[in-house]
Design a protein around this ligand. Sequence first.
Ligand SMILES: [Zn+2]
Ligand SMILES: [Zn+2]
Length: 286
Amino acid sequence: MDVLNFWLDSYKDPMFLKFPIATLVLAFVGFLVFALPLTLLAYLDPEPLRKYKVQQKPFQVKKYFWPSIGRHCMNAAIMAVVICFLWPFLRLISNGRIVDGAMPAWYIIVAQILFFIYFDDFILFWIHRALHSGWLKRNVHSVHHRITRACAIDNAYFHWIEYLMIGGVGTVAPLITGTHIYVLYGWILFRQFQGADGHCGYVFPWNPAHLIPLYEGGDYHDFHHSSYNGNYAGYLNYLDRFTQTYSGAYLRWKESRALAGAKGFLKLNWLGGGDKKADVELGGNS
Ligand SMILES: [Zn+2]
Ligand SMILES: [Zn+2]
């Protein structure tokens, strides 16, 4: 009976609405706010912006728009059920770590967000590698890889298991450091921007995300979709560099852009490395 009371009482905690429910709503709405304008851009495919497209093939907006919206809604509903069920446990591990009192100093906020970005990308890389093997690849991740010419809304086109994995991971770093609930909201919104930007199919030189050291831009994950192998990190580049898992087609694209004078910001040298196997099997992104 005590266990039952503990379970039921946990839902009276105001943090139930402020932490898991509000972050899920923010993630759901925030993604649409970032993704819909970029998806409209892909749908219109305006001539002056074609020089910024990664692939010079037509987008598949009509084919995947409503299926992506459908999966976005279904996956969020599944996540809502899961977090409601797990909340008593989540409450135990987040109590005193996700707080809603006075805001911390600005430099604490900046340091935490930077840690979240790099830690999250590190974990996503290894999860993504796992998603590219065995049962997970055949039955879960292959759904997301039906998309070969991505636009922003396609970041919602996930199997629900992958959605739970990736969505859940986003709260690991904040739980490790402890953080203010508003900082967590900012982090969740940035993550939605990153998902939309990574799938948008364009690489804009004025994208402010390039100010983040090692941030790759929309071309990095686009080549993962067109090649299926290589470029496994979320949005940074160093792990693919160290593990030699860059898409070979992506390296050639970066080299050709560097030779053409495209500017990077704190980018690693593109020459050398790359996933030769992916290169041979899939023949690149042209
Ligand atoms: Zn993949
Ligand atoms: Zn993707």
